[in-house]
Unconditional design. Structure first.
Length: 381
């Protein structure tokens, strides 16, 4: 699943997008009044920001212009998801990502996707699976990919012929992960989903429409008690990290440990080769936890956590390129105000105080850690 409130990527619904668009227009007018020097009372960052969790499938110059104007680079994550539009064909995603990398002058970096069914249904059971996957990844690395993404389909969807679920620590992946490490690349994993996916949700829940959509509702695990528990999937993820100490591994969306930063801290203490990015879940899940606890966590683990939005730029969105750019800019402004200032921020109808992270921590969170954990992110410079 994308981030909570992520039915913005679902073409059957536009509720949240419409609200965000109205807010974006207000922010745009304010920024125009202020000459783009401030966001509310929040100074603009003096350094380049990196959004390390983005999905892009459009070469519209409006998007590239926005990135240049805001001095932002994004990491375009190709992904294997047979249930969401635009994420079913890995080869096509790689072609588009490579072209966006080229046309953006390096402002849109990218990662390849690992598709367990690249060579057919249950292809991971074939003896040549790792060889074929590694060959595809080598081409992607040659074309500029700085890493590889695996998705929640591993653990939540794919099964062997005997009915056993394919988990992230399965030996079929070992030669692939070893190859990624040998090439000096990074593995980013969207493993499992928010805990609410295993719980009953009502119509007031932010993800209700996503979880009950005919396509994306596939991921509503509560309706499929025969599937693995979240705890079992994360335990397999942890064993995968432990098995591959020489592989840099990034947990997308806080490593799906969104409800308590203490859970993330335990993994960061245990695995020195593991980091997490926010993946757009910061607005809902961080703001529900005590401010001082979250702030202390981000300062203590300032080398292991970095920024991402899970935003989407694609021709199948319901809005124009200009409207989409305004929505994304509005999200960047809101996030910056939350992380960089002590001002009151209204998020999802709740008023919370910003974290006012120290400037050195902000630089790591927004820029340096992405480059550290994805070597090659600064190759265009």
């Amino acid at each position: 699943m994308p981030k909570p409130l992520s039915w913005r990527r679902n073409p059957t619904s536009m509720t949240f997008d419409a609200v965000l668009l109205m807010a974006a227009i207000s922010v745009a007018l304010l920024l125009k009044t202020l000459g783009h020097t401030q966001q509310g009372n929040s100074p603009q960052p003096s350094f380049e920001r990196i959004d390390a969790h983005f999905h892009a499938a459009s070469t519209d110059p409006v998007f590239f212009d926005m990135l240049r104007r805001l001095n932002i680079r994004v990491l375009n994550l190709c992904a294997d998801d047979k249930h969401e539009r635009g994420f079913k064909d890995i080869d096509l995603q790689h072609v588009i990502a490579r072209e966006m990398f080229r046309q953006s002058g390096g402002r849109v970096m990218w990662t390849a996707a690992l598709d367990p069914e690249l060579i057919g249904p249950k292809g991971w059971e074939r003896p040549d699976f790792a060889e074929v996957i590694n060959k595809q990844l080598d081409q992607a690395f040659k074309d500029g990919a700085v890493g590889v993404k695996i998705t929640k389909s591993i653990g939540m969807e794919y099964t062997f012929k005997n009915g056993k679920y394919l988990m992230p620590d399965d030996p079929v992946f070992d030669p692939i992960f070893e190859h990624i490490a040998a090439q000096g690349k990074t593995l980013i994993g969207h493993i499992a989903d928010p805990s609410r996916s295993w719980r009953p949700v009502d119509s007031s829940d932010p993800d209700y429409r996503y979880l009950n959509n005919p396509d994306t509702g596939f991921w509503y695990m509560y309706k499929h008690p025969e599937r693995p528990t979240k705890e079992a999937i994360l335990a397999a993820r942890d064993r995968m990290i432990e098995k591959h100490p020489n592989l840099r591994i990034v947990g997308a969306h806080f490593g799906s440990m969104e409800e308590d930063v203490d859970d993330i801290a335990k993994r960061l203490d245990r695995f020195p080769n593991f980091a997490v990015e926010t993946g757009g879940w910061q607005q809902e899940f961080l703001t529900k936890q005590p401010r001082e606890k979250v702030r202390a966590f981000l300062i203590k683990y300032q080398d292991r956590v970095f920024y991402g939005t899970d935003e989407l730029v694609a021709p199948w969105r319901r809005f124009t390129a200009e409207e989409t750019a305004k929505m994304i800019e509005s999200e960047y402004a809101l996030d910056w105000k939350y992380f960089a200032t002590s001002e009151t921020v209204e998020i999802l109808g709740r008023k919370v105080q910003g974290l006012a992270l120290p400037e050195p921590v902000l630089r790591k969170f927004y820029h340096e850690n992405a480059i550290k954990w994805f070597p090659g992110m600064n190759a265009s410079q």
